[in-house]
Design a protein around this ligand. Structure first.
Ligand code: FES
Ligand code: FE2
Length: 335
């Protein structure tokens, strides 16, 4: 149904046109990416972390606000994660130039004034749901992912641990891929592709899953950018949220996080046990889906020229991915 390219060109058989890889040349999707856990970043330390085609540093300013910045000193390129926080400034390990938490170089260690352009790239940064997120761009194009209930009313469990050796659109197209849900995960999914709301930076729809041993589960699904999904369902009469978001890593790899949340206990008898079961089962379910996909993802070479009727939902998601804005504005600064 969705013929992206001919299968026969100049006498050679061809598969469909690939979605261009995330790279400095093609750009990276303009998403909010979870960079690290909130607890990984202490006030007096500089955290270095792989991100997109290179690395970033994550710091906390004097008021504790997290900031994600390009990591290479504008002088000769030392990695600032090898430096220190000195009197509230990031101090380069090499010649001790100092940067404020907005990424501006404010002093050298000699009498020279710092060049006015000696500035690190400052990613829009937010801290929610136990993660520090960076937006790939100068200004965010949408709000950082949040659950429908305020964070302080929820109890959460999170993991940040599943590595997929593919760009994030591959694992995150998975939930629209109905044929694989049946074949690999034994889940029967009912969703109407015509009833999906698509905006430039998100999607929203309702689906019903039939899971062996668990029965039917109605879910509200929200897609944020091309790397984050939130599912809201009811389990034993209480709302349960599941979120997975992927961080783009060098080598077209994706590190996925998984969060499960439910409202905090009101203290009613037996509620704590129910919460424990909901969170444990939620994480177990998410991990099962990821682990069943791992080997297939590793060797998969994605094309989409042979989609069939049951792939209509997947086709909508992939159309959205192909149209999604990208930028390489930070790429040279972080590599
Ligand atoms: S490389 Fe950082 S001060 Fe020289
Ligand atoms: Fe899957």
């Amino acid at each position: 149904m969705n013929s992206i390219s001919p299968t026969l060109t100049g006498g050679h058989l061809q598969r469909g046109t690939p979605i261009p890889p995330q790279s400095a040349a093609n750009g990276y999707d303009q998403n909010w990416y979870p960079v690290c856990f909130s607890t990984d970043v202490q006030k007096d330390k500089i955290l270095g972390s792989e991100f997109m085609n290179g690395r970033v540093i994550v710091i906390r300013g004097a008021d504790g606000t997290a900031q994600v910045l390009s990591p290479y000193c504008r002088h000769l390129g030392a990695d600032l994660s090898d430096g220190e926080i000195v009197n509230g400034a990031i101090r380069c390990p090499y010649h001790h130039w100092r940067y404020n938490d907005a990424g501006q170089c404010i002093a050298t260690a000699v009498k020279d004034s710092p060049p006015a352009d000696a500035r690190l790239f400052r990613f829009p940064t937010r801290e929610t749901l136990g993660f520090i997120w960076a937006f790939n761009g100068e200004e965010p194009l949408y709000d950082v992912p949040q659950f429908q209930l305020p964070e302080q009313d929820l109890i959460m469990r999170r993991e940040f641990s599943v590595l997929t050796e593919k760009d994030h659109f591959v694992p995150y197209s998975n939930s629209s891929d109905i044929q694989h849900l049946m074949a690999v995960h034994h889940i029967d999914l009912d969703v109407n592709p015509e009833e999906v709301t698509i905006s430039p930076h998100g999607m929203q729809y309702v689906q019903t899953m039939t899971i062996p041993g668990m029965g039917q589960l109605k879910q509200e699904v929200r897609v944020f950018g091309t790397n984050c999904l939130i599912f809201m369902s009811e389990f034993m009469g209480r709302p349960v949220y599941q979120m997975s978001a992927g961080k783009a890593l060098p080598g077209n790899r994706t590190l996925s996080s998984l969060i499960v949340a439910t409202p905090k206990s009101s203290g009613a008898p037996g509620e704590d046990e129910m919460i424990d079961i909901a969170l444990t089962e939620g994480l177990k379910f998410g991990n099962r889906l990821f682990s069943e996909d791992t080997l297939i993802m590793k060797n998969l070479s994605f094309r989409q020229d042979m989609l069939t009727h049951s792939d209509r939902m997947l086709a909508r998601f992939l159309g959205y991915v192909r149209d999604y804005p990208r930028t390489s504005i930070a790429c040279d600064m972080i590599s």
